[in-house]
Design a binder for this molecule. Structure first.
Ligand code: ADP
Ligand code: MG
Ligand code: MG
Length: 897
């Protein structure tokens, strides 16, 4: 018999896979002796069984009833008991935190009879009816599928009549009036009555939570966060506690440190006389947690003690949900809290300082993607002037975009290539697509723990919330500020998530302090200092070396400042563009050897000067120079343009330009059906006479020049697109001949390793043979991905990737995250064969995958020597290289709960 139900007294935090994060942590808190309302968890396994079979697994109902009987015994109340009913919350909770993405139903167990019992027992009639009203609303929308808007409208009408706001309990005259109205809404929308049987309510609520795993919102969220679709959710069934029993009750959320900046010291929001959902929804404005000290100092002190215990126990920033019922504090949830990138670095470093964690642990708590985020610019404070509006700085950073007022408009404009700022009173999970599309989110209600704030932080999106001087007029599609200024949809605003301000127009940006530190080594307190310390530790731990892809001396110098240990890919094609294009055209148009040599001779000094610059910038570190790779047509003018110019000259009775005629002929001649698979890479070296000799001579002479200048040039020559060892054998001979000519003439000999890219499946599969002629391998993972899958990147991304993602065929683009099963297998094969044939052969990767955190972990595990990526990603790659070397490197950005 499979066991599907665990009491909170049985589980622990290690069981998040089975109990979900929320359930595991509720059990952990229970075990720590914290005041958690009793309850039990239905496992994710039950959910998976239900989703697979379409019905509840056998024996589940029996197990739930057994657990319920226990719970009734412990609380001394029964579900459906007329005079003093046990009420339940039915809460979703998956392995990874998905805030607000799935459903929770509160106050299960109320009906026309028990509502009177609750009223009598609590001494509060309004409260009882309001709870019943909430149950019908939550149950009606999530279980019975009634449009949430119908309830919201009815509620708004009733509030208007009575002059109350924000879901506060409604007037006493006829407390059942709204319940009757809500029941009528349910009946009208579904043709059935709201169920009076508490057992049925419970069973249907569990089913609804299971189903919500596959709801639209949850699916969108998972895709974005790369959470697998097949985990399922657990369901937590728990005795209700009531924060809405008057001024001595309330509810709140709190963090053991500031999740926006990382600053130590508790931080949170409190809402007196309210149920938990009211805080997260941002319906009423909360008060700072510190105010609780004056309202209920005993509960405040207890809460602080519990939070201290949790942080000590989890050894990390925790967030909690709590409720105070008539002066009694209850803990409803905890988890390792989400935080901004800036906070993550600061907290990691400070936890080390406080002796709570080791540096190795600290490295596992920050990630390369977060580090890259911190390198983005911020607004120039001096230029900011008077803001349009102030709010709570909920998620830092700087963003500029057009104001839009709903999710659909945000998506529409973003798809059209605009940058947008989503402005809402408050957000709900339905706004998720708009939040993803937007550069920033601005809300007029809610605190740092509102839906907008929590979700934006998770996404690394700029967010200012609770800007209550912003009044939104949805019908006229504009908002008005406290000072009376009107801002219409489409207006450009700047949102400063660090300061919590909104400004009209596009403000100028300044570098981030982290970027300044990386660029100049200049230290400053705050995030830059934490990043510096983390990177120092990372370099000591990492085994993989990080190089940069850089084609110019400027890029090379910057990469070096960012900590690159050399250049893994220097593309020479950029040296053939601009004003030099004409020389390349001459080379292609040449009719005789001497014409061609003439063009090559003109290119040689230019190329040599480029190499000198790069070798100078990377003095003492390896610089891998790749021979010319792209098909030659890329250096010629566009075929249609040429044809049109020639045709119009003819039409106007002029003689067409002779060079253009010859260029068009050349374009026609070298035109290919499929240039990606055509005359490029090593095939150019083998078919365009003199090209390779010119490039190698330029490099050899640059090396000699650097040695003469007292430098330490470490050039490596890399041959692209090799498919058979024979290609490499022939080219290598050419290279060695040229180099020895140059070095002999200069009476100066320098080692220049010659290696190859592995970027065709055949190369990977015959790596043993290729290694005979290669001093090193470098995986060109972009081409290797294209040729392994048989599609071209640009075409695939433009045409069929979107439907592939929609249908779940692809989870991530194989051009961003290395396809470990396919491309990765080729890489493993090539590494094994290459190393067997030539022990100690240096092996790296130079595709952009070299900067992708997940892929870096794969490259480390595969035993590569280095990764190479664009300079901007080098710091993040250094950090990931270290994380990969540590045992149990977790998935970045996923807190459990
Ligand atoms: P989410 O994952 O969206 O935070 P939760 O399951 O935590 O959903 O519940 C939603 C709200 O209901 C929270 O604010 C929580 O505090 C409140 N809540 C959950 N269980 C109880 C309970 N047993 N008593 C009172 N409030 C509860
Ligand atoms: Mg929920
Ligand atoms: Mg919660």
């Amino acid at each position: 018999m499979v066991r599907y139900v665990y009491d909170f007294t049985e589980g622990s935090r290690d069981q998040a896979g089975l109990l979900g994060g929320k359930g595991a942590n509720l059990a952990e808190m229970t075990g720590l002796g914290l005041p958690v309302p009793p309850g039990f968890t239905v496992t994710t396994e039950a959910c998976r069984a239900f989703l697979a079979a379409g019905e509840l697994p056998q024996d589940l109902s029996r197990q739930v009833v057994l657990a319920l009987r226990q719970l009734e015994k412990r609380t001394g109340r029964r579900l459906g008991q007329a005079d003093d009913p046990l009420l339940l919350s039915v809460r979703s909770g998956a392995r990874y935190s998905m805030p607000g993405m799935m459903d929770t139903i509160l106050d299960v167990g109320l009906n026309d009879t028990t509502v009177h019992g609750l009223a009598k027992h609590s001494g509060r009639e309004r409260f009882a009816w309001d709870s019943y009203r909430r149950l019908i609303q939550m149950y009606g929308s999530t279980v019975m599928g009634v449009d949430e808007g119908l309830f919201a409208e009815a509620l708004a009408r009733a509030e208007k009549v009575r002059g109350t706001t924000g879901g506060q309990q409604l007037g006493t005259r006829d407390p059942g009036e709204l319940v009757a109205e809500f029941k009528a809404i349910v009946r009208k929308a579904t043709g059935t009555d709201f169920p009076q049987d508490p057992d049925e309510q419970l069973e249907q609520s569990v089913l609804a939570v299971f189903r919500s795993w596959n709801g639209e919102r949850a699916r969108v969220y998972r895709r974005r966060e790369r959470i697998p679709d097949d985990l399922g959710t657990a369901v937590n069934i728990q005795a209700m506690v009531y924060g809405n029993l008057g001024p001595d009750s309330g509810t709140g959320v709190a963090f053991t440190r500031d999740p926006a900046t990382g600053r130590a010291g508790v931080y949170g929001d409190y809402l007196p006389d309210a149920q938990g959902e009211d805080v997260v929804a941002g319906i009423r404005n909360t008060v700072p947690l510190q105010d609780l000290r004056d309202i209920d100092s005993l509960s405040y002190e207890r809460l602080l003690a519990h939070m201290e215990l949790l942080e000590e126990h989890y050894r990390d920033l925790c967030d909690v949900e709590f409720t105070i019922e008539r002066g009694r504090l209850w803990m409803l949830q905890t988890r390792i809290g989400k935080r901004t990138a800036q906070a993550a670095f600061r907290i990691a470093a400070e936890l080390v300082d406080e002796g709570r964690i080791t540096w190795d642990e600290a490295l596992l708590r920050v990630g390369g993607t977060q580090l890259t985020q911190l390198m983005f610019p911020r607004f120039d404070q001096r230029a900011s002037g008077r803001p349009l509006a102030h709010g709570i700085p909920a998620s830092p950073g700087a963003a500029v975009g057009q104001v839009v007022f709903d999710s659909a408009e945000a998506v529409r404009r973003a798809t059209a290539g605009e940058r947008v700022v989503l402005v809402r009173e408050e957000t709900t999970p339905d706004d998720l697509p708009g939040m993803i599309a937007a550069q920033a989110v601005l809300t007029s209600r809610g605190g740092k723990t509102s839906h907008a704030a929590v979700v934006a932080r998770g996404m690394g999106k700029v967010c200012v919330c609770g800007a209550d001087d912003v009044r939104i007029d949805l019908t006229r599609r504009r908002f008005t500020t406290g000072a009376g200024q009107e801002v219409a949809e489409g207006c450009v605003v700047s949102v400063d998530g660090t300061a919590g301000t909104v400004h009209l127009g596009a403000l100028p940006l300044v570098d981030s302090p982290v970027m300044r530190y990386l660029e100049t080594g200049e230290r400053s307190a705050g995030p830059a200092e934490a990043v510096e310390r983390v990177l120092q530790q990372a370099d000591a731990v990492a085994r993989l070396e990080v190089r940069a892809n850089a084609d110019t001396p400027e890029d090379a110098a910057r990469a070096r400042r960012f900590g690159a240990r050399g250049i893994g890919l220097c593309r020479t094609e950029h040296m053939f563009l601009g004003g030099r294009r004409r020389l390349v055209e001459d080379m292609i148009l040449a009719r005789t050897d001497s014409e061609r040599q003439c063009a090559l001779d003109a290119l040689l000094p230019l190329q040599r000067a480029d190499f000198v610059g790069i070798l100078t910038a990377m003095d003492g570190l390896p610089v891998t120079i790749r021979l010319l790779d792209p098909p030659l047509h890329e250096f010629l003018p566009d075929r249609t343009e040429l044809a049109v110019r020639i045709a119009s000259a003819k039409a106007a009775g002029r003689v067409p330009d002779d060079r253009e005629v010859r260029l068009l002929e050349a374009v026609e001649r070298i035109r290919e059906q499929n240039p990606m698979l055509g005359l490029r890479g090593v095939r150019l070296a083998l078919t365009v006479p003199g090209l390779t000799a010119m490039q190698v001579r330029a490099l050899g002479e640059a090396v000699v020049a650097r040695v003469r200048a007292g430098g330490d040039p470490r050039a490596e020559i890399m041959v692209p697109l090799v498919g058979t060892q024979e290609e490499l054998r022939v080219v290598r001979e050419q290279v060695e001949t040229t180099l020895s000519e140059v070095f002999t003439a200069a009476k100066c000999t320098v080692q220049c390793p010659v290696g190859t890219m592995i970027e065709l499946p055949r190369a990977a599969l015959t790596a043993a043979g290729i290694a005979r002629y290669a001093d090193f391998f470098s995986f060109g993972t972009n081409d290797l991905t294209q040729t392994t899958w048989g599609f071209s990147r640009d075409d695939a991304e433009a045409s069929f990737f979107a439907p592939y993602f929609d249908q779940g065929i692809l989870r991530a683009s194989p051009f961003e995250k290395l396809d470990e099963d396919g491309v990765g297998r080729l890489i493993r094969t090539a590494v094994a064969e290459g190393r067997a044939a030539r022990p100690g052969i240096k092996i790296g990767v130079c595709g952009e995958h070299g900067g992708d955190p997940d892929s870096i972990h794969f490259f480390h595990a595969t035993g590569l020597d280095y990764v190479s990526c664009s300079p901007f990603r080098v710091p993040g790659a250094r950090l990931e290289a270290a994380r990969a070397a540590l045992p149990s490197a977790g998935r970045e950005g996923h807190s459990t709960a």
